[in-house]
Design a protein around this ligand. Structure first.
Ligand SMILES: Cc1cc2nc3c(=O)[nH]c(=O)nc-3n(C[C@H](O)[C@H](O)[C@H](O)COP(=O)(O)OP(=O)(O)OC[C@H]3O[C@@H](n4cnc5c(N)ncnc54)[C@H](O)[C@@H]3O)c2cc1C
Length: 315
């Protein structure tokens, strides 16, 4: 069996993982990135709010990132990592074919999966006609007919953000309660409130989003639908290694400090896997910070080892 040891193994090669790899590669660390190739925003043809790359394909951004980190000697392998362990050789991952990789530090940047509301016809439009983030996809539907599907604690806020972009916003209660003050805020800003049950999302003959069907067979034409999917962190590796979680908005997130350290020494996490509120730039920033801090942590360890090896003692 082939064994390889690294300074750092990064699991997840999205914006967070690759940004960390860039810092570490440029610090002359040996780095392995293991990535299953399914970034969260792969359903969207374009990304927005990313300075200097506004409107780029998210997949093109990651392809460019992979090219950049490989220039610094970072190795990227395709792998879906189910678990990891911690032993005498450090962090250990076994990939397909039984190859064993060990590392002094591990960074997990595996993102989240989006669990969509169980509404027929919705999933087909995810990332095109159906979106979550007004900052990512709102401008493109300015002045158009925008539906907001009540699907989370922030849905009213989402509708109010979208009202900034279009006067034609409808809030579909979808069987949820709407407090009187929230209702008043919506109506006061000209946001229509639809209380009838939503039955399905409709497509036109080209497959594009065209409307919403209500329970009494009334079809409401729309150009775009915004909703709040439930984020499901891809944190199996972190949990297997003993990372602690903290509840936020109904989801248990692995807890990290401001630089991405978990409670497990040497184990770090960055990007969407530990944060509900990331965008591409925020995920990149988390990876960038974690990459630098992991290198600093390794430098401290290198100093300790060097001092021990030299036989020098503190004055
Ligand atoms: C539809 C949609 C559109 C969006 N549009 C925008 C936008 O326009 N602008 C913007 O800034 N943000 C946008 N976002 C948010 C953006 O997708 C995330 O903020 C960003 O992808 C988070 O980066 P990340 O590196 O943390 O995770 P990801 O980009 O999800 O990358 C995680 C990587 O880890 C890999 N992985 C997961 N599990 C494993 C495993 N067990 N083993 C190995 N690899 C694994 C995945 O395959 C993936 O490559 C959008 C999100 C969605 C859902």
């Amino acid at each position: 069996m082939h064994n390889t040891s690294w300074d750092v193994i990064i699991i997840g090669g999205g914006s967070a993982g690759l940004s960390a790899a860039l810092q570490l590669g440029r610090s002359r660390r040996s780095v392995l990135v293991l990535d299953s190739g399914a970034p969260r925003n792969r359903f969207a043809p374009h990304m927005h709010g990313v300075l200097g790359r506004d409107g780029w394909s998210p997949l093109d951004l990651l392809a460019a990132g992979r090219d950049e980190v490989e220039r610094y000697g970072v190795v990227i392998e395709s792998a879906d990592v189910a678990t990891a362990s911690l032993g005498d050789g450090g962090f250990e991952v076994v990939v397909d074919g039984g190859r064993r990789h060990t590392a002094r530090r591990m960074l997990v940047a595996t993102g989240v999966r989006d669990r969509l509301p169980d509404l027929p016809g919705l999933a087909e439009h995810w990332g095109t006609g159906a979106a979550v983030c007004p900052y990512c996809d709102g401008w493109e539907v300015r002045d158009r007919r925008i539906a907001v599907l009540a699907s989370g604690a922030m849905s009213v806020h989402q509708a109010q953000l979208l009202r900034q972009l279009s006067p034609q916003v409808t809030y579909f209660r979808n069987g949820t309660e709407l407090p009187a003050d929230a209702h008043a805020g919506l109506v006061a800003r000209g946001i229509a409130v639809e209380s009838r049950a939503v039955v399905r999302v409709l497509a036109d003959e080209h497959g594009g989003l065209s409307g919403i069907r209500l329970a009494d067979d009334v079809d409401v034409p729309i150009d775009s639908i915004f909703l709040h999917p439930t984020p499901v962190p891809n944190d199996g590796v972190l949990r297997a290694l003993g990372a602690k979680t903290a509840e936020h908005a109904g989801v248990d997130w692995v807890a990290v400090d401001g630089e991405g350290r978990t409670n497990v020494p040497g184990l770090w996490a960055a990007g969407n896997v530990v944060s509900p509120r990331t965008s591409v730039p925020i995920a990149s920033a988390g990876g960038n910070a974690a990459g630098a801090m992991i290198n600093a942590d390794l430098v401290e360890e290198d100093v300790r080892h060097a001092v021990a090896a030299s036989g020098a003692s503190a004055a």
